[in-house]
Design a protein around this ligand. Sequence first.
Ligand code: SAM
Ligand code: DTB
Ligand code: SF4
Length: 321
Amino acid sequence: MTRNEIQALFDLPFNDLLFRAQAVHRENFDPNEVQVSTLLSIKTGACPEDCKYCSQSIRYDTGLEREALMAVDDVVEKAKLAKANGATRFCMGAAWRGPKDKQLAVVEAMVREVRALGMETCATLGMLTPAQAGRLADAGLDYYNHNLDTSPEYYGEVITTRCYGDRLDTLAAVRDAGINVCSGGILGLGESNADRVGLLHALATLPEHPQSVPINQLVRVPGTPMADAAPVDPFDFVRTIAVARILMPRAHVRLSAGRSEMSDELQALCFFAGANSIFYGEKLLTTGNPDTERDNALFERLGIRPERPAEQSAAPRRAAS
Ligand code: SAM
Ligand code: DTB
Ligand code: SF4
């Protein structure tokens, strides 16, 4: 798939694009099921990286309170709550450039215990070496989130403390360890439409499609360089979901950050375009998310059911295959 071919999908009349995306969606998924994940920030703020969108970078004064790495028991309590509220996957995020080996040992314990609750586990900890990815796989980690964020050309405008190649290396380490890859991007960083094409091209031409593709709308955080970025045209957001669905037919496409700013009608269009996963629970990592009552009501009004996770295997994917 070339960038020109992807651009041609973006250029389709809206109804034609959505019809195609919905057809692909139906061939691969139950169109009335949406996967439900809950996020927890297990280590907050003071991140050495300079991602211009992020509340947690040490370089910007966002008023965020720092929190050291949480205790394993406290994380397990939060996971139990998320499970009781209906989440089937628990995603643990840390504001690190990458974990130190001692920190990773604590995360491994979290993964083991959350998995023992019968939940799917996901972590997003920054860059990983192949050895670190192997350790997480051995602990039973189901998914690792590591976003490409934008096109390779635009990346340097958003982050200067690491490069696109670093991101691709971590994704390779995760894939090779047999952990499911969760990788997507953010819209609203001031990128052009061509950059959105470039992002989806990069994701869809990885050696394997990511199993999960989060599409975030920038949450504009006061104090960050992106605080006043122009809002995304909602139809362009829907188009991006639709093109992601067509390019990566078997991936769960997640309607991720930014739902608090979206109407129910816009979210419904995103589901129609092929989004079939959300973050559920009142908080993302540091910013707000729709409250659970609103999400439950939306699912009810749209006839959407939460997706039940695949039978949990006793061992991680690597050992199982
Ligand atoms: N520090 C790790 C990293 O960046 O890989 C993991 C945590 S980081 C907060 C996870 C992802 O959240 C980022 O890659 C970015 O795509 C997304 N993100 C962070 N701040 C955001 C914001 N203000 N709006 C939308 N997405 C955001
Ligand atoms: C992803 O793509 N989006 C999530 C998750 N992966 C880790 C994070 C969204 C963060 C939004 C800003 C915040 O709450 O700090
Ligand atoms: Fe740090 Fe991740 Fe935020 Fe970048 S996105 S500043 S790496 S926490």
